[in-house]
Design a protein. Sequence first.
Length: 451
Amino acid sequence: MKNKHLLTAISMVLACHAVNGQEAANNRLWTLQECLEYALENNIQLQQKKIAAASSHEDVLQSKSALFPSLSFNTNQNVSWRPFAESTINLTNGSMTTNRNTVSYNGSYGINANWTVWNGNRNINNIKQGKLNEIIAQLDVEQQANSIQEQIAQLYVQVLYETEAVKVCEEIIKSSEMQRDRAQKMVELGSLARVDLVQLEAQVSQDHYSLAQAESQLASYKLQLKQLLEIHDNEDFDIVVPNLPEEEMFSIIPDEQSVYHAALANRPEIQSSKLNVASSEIAIANARAGYMPTVSLTVGMGSNNSSGQHTAFTEQIKKNLSNSVGLTVSMPIFDNFQTRTNIRKAKYTHQTNVLNFQSQQKQLYSTIENCWLNATTSLRQFLSAKANVESMQESYDLVSEQFNLGLKNIVELTTGKNNLLQAEQQLLQTKYTAILNYAMLKFYAGENIEL
């Protein structure tokens, strides 16, 4: 009986642990670093880029193998049937025999090797171009990883912003409900008109509507972040709200020129564009090789056997064995201007890649310049917004006291509260805009994304 009670107690403890463990999993809070690491491991688009990079490595191995000769074995076996063949008389060891062969066969065997000695350096150029393409594929992986990290950082900051916006709305509702409750007592005492109470109740409803909007926007950003992380279950998703002391926002914003020069050296899209230019130069050389001769060496060894002979199979193979060596030189004379067309198209591709490289540099500078401008502007706006919130809070507190004393009407009270709400929203917007753009500047300079 004691054992039964003991087993029951153990089962209850294990069940409690299981429930607590499930609740802990469901209530997991994601930090920005955890989001970044998880996305880099599970994002589908990034995995596809990695597969493409692995495939480009196989292309390099294939282009290297073209330097070696190819070797092949071939055989041909034939059987023939002559149902109406006439009999033949053979004289063997002084005796006559009659032979009527209706079925005969023969076979051939050969080993051939082919080696391209020279083809205008196309094989060497293909190896060089394949290596460049492999590096470009790896840079595409890094570029995709950077893009994912930037998207996650933007969504993460949006979630932080909306989280604080929800808190602001909740505080506004508390204040509105307090004002409504006080107005209710004042109406009961006859010191306030009921129409003012109705307006306060309508304001409370409007504040609840604003809270619902903020919560809906917060849920939307969380869903977008969750989908970007490739999380498709029904569990709740929430993030850690980091401690962001305001003094860190006043750190020296890096100079845009220094960030740009650092980005030119480490951003994968810039390196990829530069390598595309080099690859197109090799493509021009390969196209010009169409005017040059091709020299190839062939080596072969073969033998054959057939029926109807008084010789063993191995003896026939030995006697019929033949070897060959050949040198082939192919010189193009006129190819309907195909080589000329290939050269011109390769040059056009090269010019396009040069323009793409210049465009990438301009786009990078424009992005960094916008981040720098947004960071500096938002920082100045944050200082003004912070002072404005303090002023609006003080003004609203005074209006509330005067309203409670009957010195201010409901319109003045509502106006003061709306001004405070707008000021707090501007403060949040400038704060997180500055934080995001400052983080992006450091990221373009080669540092990790951190808040």
